[in-house]
Design a protein around this ligand. Structure first.
Ligand code: GDP
Ligand code: GDP
Length: 433
């Protein structure tokens, strides 16, 4: 999928536009999980073309007193990684030095970019936008991120430059993507596996330019191991920028079946790791969490339990995720990690027979029906698993709109308990019968 990045100095309205463009789709996920999260990455579509959208501003810490150098990095990363760029400026402030600097970087690149002059909330401000021609563009788009005006014209032109989706790959092997922050131990992990593995068939160039695929066979199971750390870009940018690892992970995650999320246990399951976790969850991918560098942790009998509790706290409400405590250095549990990923893959492809599903779930629902709503009883009469690549279920009821999130979570938990979907996000739809 194409990536579109929004760049610009702080307070021009990047995140407002971002939220507007992803709203329709992401609102659905929020309703399911019942949580809202600060997010800087999402999917959008226009005229039938889907793309991933990244609000680069969201990745810069303390964005109020941002240094110019950080803006430069942001723009360079966008140039490196995105397929098209929305360069946003603010008509209230007029052209600033920082705008000129960004324009300069973009002009020198070959990336298609679109200058969006924001906060043109009324036609009286149209004229004020003229000064932005000084940024060296042939055309700019006057928009209002707040009320949406002008965004359609911008998107019309934007999606035209996005590459068409490649044909579906022939290679249908399961794909396990090894992702995480820089220095988590991803390369070491892959080297440890591949270095000793005799069953490797070939090294084939990655289907995306961000990763390398290795065909790998273990436990009688063949899959592609997707290495996102292996390719280092020529970019001068410091690699410990969260933005960088997320950008790197986006495509790999979208194209995989199971995400193997490696993090450095001595540094913790921090916000940046969590961002990648939610990225995988929102994309309905299987997930295995690898707490690496376990050798560095001072341990007693309770350490694993406590650590597990700490990680799951960050993953709520999606806590049915396997965590493997691993040390690549001492080779502790590196194969357990792969074995677990294979199990998660199987859980994700699991299809529960409709009869078994109804035989199990209907009595449970009967014993604990959805609470009355506005004095009406909700009756769930039938359920079935949908033919999606990840587990999703439809429950048919007389009044589906009255079944609220807590009850959906109750159903989800029962499905997990009865059929084992460890490591896999589940989607539940209530439908009218
Ligand atoms: P960012 O730092 O570039 O992500 O900017 P934000 O999206 O956080 O917006 C900064 C401020 O500008 C906020 O107070 C927004 O409400 C305001 N803002 C954003 N878009 C518009 C717009 O189209 N018109 C007006 N008048 N204000 C806007
Ligand atoms: P990547 O950026 O995620 O690919 O991380 P690397 O594989 O390059 O590892 C980063 C650093 O962590 C290197 O110095 C590794 O030697 C070290 N490292 C990786 N795994 C372990 C481990 O299990 N224990 C310890 N102590 N260090 C590790």
């Amino acid at each position: 999928m194409s990536i579109v990045a929004i760049v610009g100095r702080p307070n021009v309205g990047k995140s407002t536009l971002f939220n507007r463009l992803i709203q329709r789709r992401e609102a659905i996920t929020d309703a399911v999980s019942g949580v809202t999260r600060d997010r800087h990455y999402g999917k959008s579509d226009w005229n039938g073309k889907e793309f991933s959208l990244i609000d680069t501003g969201g990745y810069v810490v303390g964005s109020d007193d941002i240094f110019e150098a950080e803006i430069d990095k942001q723009v360079e990363l966008a140039i490196d990684e995105a397929d098209a760029i929305v360069f946003m400026v603010d008509v209230e402030n007029g052209v600033t030095g920082m705008d000129q600097e960004v324009a300069e970087l973009l002009r020198k690149s070959r990336k298609p970019y679109f200058l969006a002059v924001n906060k043109v909330d009324s036609s009286s401000r149209e004229n004020d936008a003229v000064e932005f021609y000084s940024l060296g563009v042939e055309k700019y788009y006057t928009i209002s991120s707040i009320n949406g005006s002008g965004t359609g014209d911008l998107l019309d032109d934007l999606v035209k430059v996005l590459p068409d989706e490649p044909e579906q790959e022939e290679d249908t092997l399961p794909r396990f993507a090894v992702v995480g922050r820089p220095n988590a131990g991803k390369s070491s992990f892959i080297n440890a596996l591949i270095g000793e593995e005799r069953y490797i068939v070939t090294d084939i160039a990655g289907t995306t330019r961000d990763s390398i695929d290795t065909k790998y066979n273990r436990f009688g199971f063949e899959f592609n191991l997707v290495d996102t750390a292996g390719i280092r870009k020529k970019s001068k940018v410091k690699e410990d920028l969260e933005f960088y690892s997320v950008m790197r992970s986006v495509r790999a995650i979208e194209h995989c079946d199971v995400v193997i999320l490696v993090f450095d246990a001595s540094r913790g399951f921090d916000g940046q790791v969590q961002n990648i976790f939610w990225l995988a969850q929102r994309n309905n991918k299987g997930i295995v969490i690898l707490a690496n560098k376990w050798d560095l942790i001072e341990k007693d009998n309770h350490s694993v339990k406590e650590f597990e509790k700490y990680i799951k706290k960050q993953c709520e409400p999606f806590v049915d995720v396997p965590i493997v405590f691993m040390s690549v250095h001492t080779k502790q549990r590196i194969y357990k990690a792969i074995e677990t990923a294979v199990e998660v893959y199987k859980n994700r492809s699991k299809k529960v027979k409709t009869s078994a599903l109804n035989d199990t779930m209907l009595p449970i629902i009967q014993a604990t029906p959805p609470p009355q709503y506005k004095g009406k009883y909700v009756k769930i009469k039938f359920c079935t698993q949908l033919p999606t690549p990840y587990p999703s279920f439809a429950f048919f009821a007389n009044l589906p709109q009255y079944v609220k999130d807590p009850y959906k979570r109750f159903i989800e938990n029962k499905l997990r308990k009865e059929f084992d979907f460890t490591g896999v996000p589940i989607t539940i739809y209530m439908r009218k019968k």
